[in-house]
Design a protein around this ligand. Structure first.
Ligand SMILES: [Zn+2]
Length: 413
């Protein structure tokens, strides 16, 4: 049985656009009075003018759903970088940072990442599941249909596995309304129990990653490379070993110093995320690679730092995605569409570049090329807006009430 929805006031397909580089709004395909048909497996079989699809649907066993209000349909949004699984709050850190306190002041007051680590270690599997479920429901209501979620607040084998199990359980939960992509970020920061970075990374390589592979809990390994976290030499060692074990790799890179995106390119990582402090040299390297440059405007706003040089990256020919970095410390605000529109204002991005950055380019960063555009053969993942003009999606970026609903593999949420 096929399912046929229409007529939509506009369908913004995003098909036919380049994976990399700058995009102009005139390149967007807008189908007015459009329709879409997908099969029982949740894959698109037809997209086009509603009247043309009416004829096609008559030749198939099709369930027709009439749209009787103005709606604009886009591919479902993809948030390719979140830390949505955690317990506790960092309200005090945020207030202190806003008031100008330093990283060290906050750590001395009992804040910082280790505060979240302690709360997440103490939380039961059930409590952590409930907290994460509630957060993911908010993300779903913002029009997201695919969401990456990292571990990284456990920092022991037992606690990292607990986090990844929570994400796996929620991925299997039919009411979640999101396709979750789990990532192991056990190499978030060296816990104080370990003498050296190498000792901790060896512990992860020997004790944690083999179990993750055996249990199928994640295909992806991430590391935070920074002066306050892991250095390039240790990161290269860890990521190379992870690749040999069959993991895809991604890096937190160039957030405060331009040291890690070069390593991301060298190792052909899926993505290099942050890049607030990338220089022209790193931009050129990323532009000549298949490593996706992921801008995280929420992290720039959360720490009061500059934005990722998105305009320069696009003009150089890089693959640019935009994600929220939703986390309890530096980027608690979430809301992908609002963050992307703010980045666009500061970095002068076209609507087409913003849409591409939160759909098919973000999906590419996750190795999920089966989604992100509305075209035949792709997953029926959509977000519908109660609008008549697609440009209102970013014009009204902070308004949640314009979202009508989402489809994930053809299932309506
Ligand atoms: Zn992050």
């Amino acid at each position: 049985m096929h399912t046929f929805y229409g007529p939509f006031t506009q369908i913004v397909t995003l098909r036919g656009l380049s994976l990399r580089g700058a995009l102009k709004d005139e390149q967007l395909e807008i189908i007015t009075d459009g329709g879409v048909i997908y099969d029982e497996y949740g894959y698109i079989t037809s997209v086009g003018k509603f009247q043309d699809l009416v004829l096609i649907s008559k030749t198939q066993n099709t369930c027709y759903v009439h749209i009787d209000e103005p709606l604009v349909l886009l591919p479902g949004f993809v948030d390719c970088h979140t830390h949505a699984c955690y317990a506790g709050t960092r309200t005090q850190d945020f207030a202190m940072r806003m008031a100008g306190k330093s990283y060290l002041d906050i750590a001395r007051a009992g804040g910082g990442i280790m505060h979240t680590v302690r709360a997440t270690r103490e939380a039961s599997l059930e409590d952590l599941t409930d907290l994460t479920y509630a957060r993911l429901q908010r993300i779903r209501e913002e029009g997201i249909t695919t969401c990456e979620v990292k571990s990284g607040y456990g920092l022991t084998v037992e606690d990292e596995l607990k986090m990844l199990q929570v994400i796996a359980d929620l991925k299997a939960e039919s009411s979640i309304g999101l396709d979750l992509v789990p990532t192991c970020l056990a190499a978030h920061i060296k816990p104080p129990e370990f003498e050296s970075q190498k000792a901790y990374l060896d512990y992860l390589l020997h004790e944690l990653l083999p179990t993750i592979r055996a249990k199928g809990l994640s295909q992806r390994v991430d590391i935070f490379v920074e002066e306050t976290a892991f250095d390039v030499e240790n990161a290269r060692y860890y990521l190379t070993k992870a690749q040999e074990m069959g993991f895809d790799i991604t890096l937190h890179a160039d957030q405060f110093t331009p040291i890690a995106s070069r390593l991301a390119v060298e190792l052909n990582a899926r993505s290099a995320d942050h890049l607030e402090h990338s220089t022209d040299r790193e931009i050129k390297l990323l532009a000549n690679s298949n490593t996706v440059a992921v801008a995280l405007p929420g992290a720039s706003m959360g720490v009061g730092d500059k934005f990722t040089p998105a305009r320069k990256l696009l003009d150089a020919g890089a693959i640019l995605a935009i994600a929220t970095d939703l986390n309890p410390g530096s980027a608690p605000m979430g809301n992908l569409r609002w963050q992307a529109s703010i980045l666009a204002m500061y970095e002068k991005l076209s609507t087409a570049e913003v849409f591409a950055g939160i759909t098919f380019r973000a999906a590419f960063a996750l190795g999920r090329q089966d989604r992100g555009t509305i075209e035949v053969g792709k997953r029926a993942d959509f977000t519908a807006f109660k609008l008549s003009d697609y440009r209102d999606i970013l014009y009204q970026a902070s308004h949640q009430q314009i979202i009508d609903g989402t489809w994930v593999k053809g299932k309506v949420f």
